[in-house]
Design a protein around this ligand. Structure first.
Ligand code: RIB
Ligand code: CA
Length: 313
């Protein structure tokens, strides 16, 4: 029985794709009400095509809604050096037959949360533009949001020394989200860099014989090469997968309740998540901050999920 209602807001994106695969798996108890897309890794048009391709590959009957074309204030920044020109370079998926819905993603989020019997969990894994716009346009939805489970930020940056990409692209929207009063569960670089899909992991999953596992292997090869070339890593950290894995198995992670502020003015710190680990601000905690993950169990569960896509199972 699928019970926890979720909306996946994403910019696929190699690791967004993996988060969708986890959330949509037979092992998941998630009821995915819709997938919304946002300008991030690449343009919202390309991110939307990628989301449609993923749904078709998974035979996932979930509506896809195109969202914000650009951040709230700044110009768009994209990351083709990490995700390629298409935003999901590596695997060759056919052009999707499925099309996105006519309704804008922000309006879908508002209407769905407002009308839902039971709270909805929002799961943004790209810039927070759609989420912030929904909260600004219809603040009353806050009462029917269970939590916002997001990938973004950290105590260090990967786009500037201070800022992680998702927050940096639209720090003003991130400020709206973190100041909204809605419970935020944050998977920042501190924890996502603990789940790097290195050669050992890639070889382990390459042995799984089904189309979804093959797709993930191709994602991990491209993503891993990009991280090796760009950062000298052993592979790609599958950042966004942490959100979906948390929803399936929260006790995989260790958290600390902290106050987080978003910097929107600093010349060198724009987009920084100021994570008050020592409580020096005296401000009320607004964020459940993921500090660590049980790596071995994370990879084991991910392996089981990929195997669960075997048709005969
Ligand atoms: O910094 C990592 C984040 O930026 C991930 O969500 C990745 O998909 C990109 O959006
Ligand atoms: Ca993403």
């Amino acid at each position: 029985m699928k019970h926890k209602k979720v909306i996946l807001d994403c910019d696929p994106g190699h690791d967004d794709a993996i988060a969708i695969i986890i959330a949509a798996s037979k092992r998941s108890h998630l009821n995915i009400l819709g997938i919304t897309t946002v300008a991030g890794n690449v343009s919202v048009e390309k991110n939307t095509v990628n989301a449609l391709k993923i749904c078709e590959l998974l035979d996932l009957d979930v509506p896809v809604y195109k969202g914000s074309q650009r951040p709230m204030v700044k110009r768009s920044e994209i990351a083709p050096e990490i995700h390629g020109e298409t935003g999901m370079d590596g695997p060759a998926l056919p052009e999707p037959m499925k099309t996105h819905e006519d309704q804008h993603a922000v309006d879908f989020i508002i209407e769905t949360v407002k009308s839902s019997k039971g709270k909805v969990t929002l799961v943004p894994t790209g810039p927070l533009t759609n989420i912030a716009m929904a909260l600004v346009k219809a603040p009353e939805i806050k009462n029917n949001i269970e939590e916002i489970v997001l990938m973004g930020g950290g105590t260090f940056g990967n786009w500037t020394p201070a800022a992680e990409f998702n927050i940096y692209v639209d720090a003003e929207s991130a400020k709206v989200v973190f100041e909204s009063g809605v419970p935020v569960t944050m998977f920042g670089l501190d924890v996502t860099h603990q789940v790097i899909a290195d050669q050992r992991i890639q070889e382990r999953y390459a042995k799984i014989d089904n189309g979804i596992a093959d797709f993930v292997s191709e994602l991990l090869v491209f993503f891993g090469e990009a991280y090796r070339d760009h950062f000298g890593f052993e592979g790609g950290p599958i950042h966004d997968a942490c959100t979906a894995m948390y929803l399936l198995k929260p006790d995989l992670f260790e958290f600390k309740n902290v106050h987080v502020d978003i910097e929107t003015k600093g010349e060198f710190t724009y987009g920084m998540t100021a994570v008050d680990l020592l409580g020096v601000t005296g401000s009320q905690p607004n964020t459940k901050f993921a500090e660590s993950v049980n790596r071995e169990e994370f990879w084991n569960i991910f392996e089981d999920i990929l195997i669960s896509y075997n048709k005969e199972q």
